[in-house]
Ligand binder design. Structure first.
Ligand code: ZN
Length: 137
């Protein structure tokens, strides 16, 4: 299989598909917040180590949410200057909670894509080789 080593493929990431083959959905069956263990098509392992996606929350989701929250707050204060700051903060907070929950799988996919860019697949990153009885580490 021809593979895009060292390249980010944005379309599969936006569709929440494997960054390596672009075919298999990243999410586990029926789950919005959890990814499967790996790609069943190309054997790309999604979670390389315990806590792998913690960086997705801290470095991608919170950063994007903060930018959107600040932009939304500034827009509300600009468009509705008579609106009390407490209302602005309340509206932005409710929006950010909903946005943050919705954006979780996308932040994980972006994290996975950038990790694929700087840390391309090695034989140790193969999903099937980590299966029980096949030398899981
Ligand atoms: Zn794949």
């Amino acid at each position: 299989m021809a593979t895009p080593q060292g390249k980010i493929r944005f379309v599969p990431l936006l569709l929440l598909r494997c960054p390596y083959c672009g075919f298999t959905p990243l999410q586990a069956n029926g789950s919005w917040f959890y990814f499967g263990q790996g790609c069943k098509t190309c054997d790309y392992v999604y979670e390389r180590e315990p806590g792998y996606f913690t960086g997705a929350s801290w470095m991608v989701n919170y950063a994007v949410s903060a930018v959107f929250g600040c932009a939304m707050g500034a827009l509300l204060l600009f468009k509705l200057p008579d609106l009390d700051a407490l209302w602005v903060a309340s509206i932005v907070s409710v929006f950010l909670i909903a946005f943050g929950m919705w954006f979780i799988p996308y932040s994980m996919a972006i994290w996975l894509g950038f990790d694929h860019l700087i840390h391309p697949l090695t034989p140790a990153d193969r999903y099937r080789e980590r299966a029980p009885g096949k030398g899981a580490r």
